[in-house]
Design a protein around this ligand. Structure first.
Ligand SMILES: NC(=O)C1=CN([C@@H]2O[C@H](COP(=O)(O)OP(=O)(O)OC[C@H]3O[C@@H](n4cnc5c(N)ncnc54)[C@H](OP(=O)(O)O)[C@@H]3O)[C@@H](O)[C@H]2O)[C@@H](O)CC1
Ligand SMILES: Nc1ncnc2c1ncn2[C@@H]1O[C@H](COP(=O)(O)OP(=O)(O)O)[C@@H](O)[C@H]1O
Ligand SMILES: [K+]
Length: 510
């Protein structure tokens, strides 16, 4: 994607395209395989103690070819290496060459039923990017035996059985995948290395340079990125000397009733912590009294129904709106969403505001078209996503998690943050970011409310929608990591300053 910085993630077919372009530019395919095999051998060297026996299980394609190269290099430096070729002879020219170079010096492969427990490291080079159906027969049996043996396993490109594209085990119910200790991949990481369950099955992933030019990777990339500051830091708002609070944006946060006020307070506080100049909570009279007992920096305005809320929006300084956290599912909340969109405010639609449009994403899409272009970011978890888009053909069944998020973003005309341990951020223009910095203790009541506040706070400061959403998700994860175990959602906004300090002062990032 022109002008976009960040680490590209490549689907298997895009990677194959990069491979073809590189070969056409004069680098022989076998040279790429030698470089890949060298990287695998280097990782194996780190994983296997000097005397440990190494078993390289080679498939018939180029993934197996990488395995043969690694086996030959490790053997040449005195390692005790066996090769197993359970799928028979190589079927590609490069893999055939690699197998022949191995066999020339080292002879026969070991039998499939060899005792795995006698090895100190297994290198899984059965299937990589070419996997196109579930493991079966001898490959399935081997994957299961490798996992049962509980040995260190180094996967070449991806653990065999795992889809590099979706991060799913192919044929999940009946199929299986090798579970690796570490994975070495080439040129660019693939989405399956980051999406669950793939991330867990890959272990520690290393991406090595095999001489595919960055320009080639960018040219085949279709706008899928790893979510890190590289993706959005240049768009991150930093207050200037002349700034005053109104230049830093004013977030209007819609409250629920008197018994449901905490969620929106978390959101409002988070919006301030991430740099918004002002945050105001709009609430009915009873809820206002509850808020008044809790709030200091966050302001309160009385707004009884959707009409009052709309009148507040007559003040153009409310340039961003957050709706949904414990907001109460129903037509009134839907009407507030409508007002915010039609009055052109940057908007975060979370939680109950998403559910208020259950089964009617086209209605939301029509509003967004009518709204005229201010960014709209929705932040569903899987349940809310299904509630909104469940009945739309081509969304729930779109495939990988990023394909579902993208289909939804295109349908709604909004940025979609599909949450989880592997949160995906998708834009209607086709950009996708996959996040992996969220620790499991982020799964705690109210942490989604904090996320909506972070998005709203960044939107209020004028950050574009996709970048604001991606930055908020990353800061949310980094804040949780900074706090560590024992986290509750109130802790998250208080960690944001430490994260921002590292981010903006170029200190090492967590
Ligand atoms: N791109 C690059 O830049 C570089 C790539 N390199 C390496 O190449 C690897 C990709 O190699 P690859 O395309 O030959 O595919 P690979 O994964 O070896 O599979 C082989 C064949 O198996 C078949 N098959 C599929 N599923 C199956 C199943 N369940 N059960 C049985 N059979 C099954 C299917 O053939 P089919 O049967 O469909 O005709 C498939 O084509 C890549 O991961 C990396 O390690 C490096 O050398 C460096 C440069
Ligand atoms: N296991 C997990 N690992 C990492 N992050 C998680 C995990 N479970 C949930 N999260 C994150 O925690 C947040 C929970 O949001 P949500 O489900 O809306 O909770 P709530 O409604 O209680 O605020 C999301 O940002 C989600 O990505
Ligand atoms: K593999």
């Amino acid at each position: 994607m022109a002008g976009q910085s960040g680490e590209y993630l490549l689907r298997a077919s895009w990677m194959a395209e990069a491979d073809r372009i590189t070969i056409a530019s004069g680098v022989p395919g076998y040279e790429l395989m030698l470089r890949a095999g060298r990287g695998v051998a280097a990782a194996a060297r780190r994983m296997a103690a000097p005397g440990a026996r190494i078993l390289v299980i080679c498939g018939a394609g180029n993934n197996g070819g990488d395995g043969y190269v690694a086996a030959r290099l490790l053997q040449a430096e005195g390692r005790d290496v066996d090769v197993m070729a359970p799928l028979g002879p190589a079927t590609t020219a490069d893999a055939g060459q690699a197998a022949a170079d191995w066999a020339h010096a080292h002879g026969a492969a070991v039998a499939v039923d060899v005792d795995l427990a006698s090895y100190g490291l297994v290198i899984d080079a059965l299937f990589g990017a070419g996997l196109n159906r579930p493991l079966e027969g001898v490959a399935l049996d081997l994957a299961q035996r490798i996992n049962a043996a509980a040995l260190p396993v180094l996967a070449v490109d991806v653990p065999s059985g795992l889809s590099a594209d979706s991060g799913q085990v192919l044929g999940a119910a009946m199929g299986a995948s090798v579970s690796a200790t570490a994975t070495v991949t080439f040129a660019a990481r693939k989405p399956g290395h980051l999406l669950l369950p793939g991330r867990a099955l890959c272990g520690a992933v290393t991406c090595i340079d095999i001489g595919i030019a960055p320009g080639t990777i960018a040219s085949v990339g279709r706008g899928m990125f790893y979510n890190s500051p590289d993706l959005w830091l240049t768009r991150f708002p930093a207050p200037s000397l002349e700034a005053h609070k109104y230049r830093r944006g004013h977030v209007l946060c819609g409250s629920g009733g008197p018994l449901s006020t905490g969620a929106i307070r978390l959101a409002a506080r988070s919006a301030l912590r991430v740099g918004a100049g002002l945050a105001t909570i709009a609430a009915g009279p009873d809820a206002c009294r509850v808020h008044a007992a809790h709030l200091t920096a966050v302001m309160i305005r009385e707004a009884e129904g959707a009409g009052d809320f709309a009148r507040l929006l007559d003040d153009v300084r409310f340039n961003a709106v957050i709706l949904g956290p414990a907001g109460g599912v129903g037509p009134e909340l839907a009407a507030r969403v409508e007002e915010a969109i039609l009055r052109g405010r940057a908007l975060v639609i979370d939680a109950d505001a998403i559910s208020s449009f259950a089964g009617a994403p086209e209605r939301m899409a029509a509003l967004i078209v009518a709204g005229g272009g201010a960014p709209v970011v929705m932040t569903p978890h899987d349940g809310e996503f299904a509630r909104l888009f469940g009945k739309v053909a081509g969304v729930m069944d779109a495939g990988a998690k990023y394909e579902r998020a993208l289909a939804a973003a295109r349908l709604a005309g909004a940025i979609v943050v599909l949450k989880g341990a592997d949160t995906v951020i998708a834009a209607p223009d086709g950009r996708v970011a996959i996040n992996d910095n969220a620790p499991p203790w982020l799964g705690t009541a109210g942490s989604g409310d904090v996320l909506s506040g972070l998005v709203g706070g960044l939107l209020a400061q004028g950050m574009p929608g996709f970048e604001a959403a991606a930055a908020a998700v990353w800061i949310h994860g980094a804040a949780a990591r900074t706090f560590g175990p024992g986290l509750i959602s109130e802790d998250l906004p208080e960690q944001v300053p430490a994260v921002l300090r590292r981010l903006l002062q170029q200190e090492p990032l967590a």
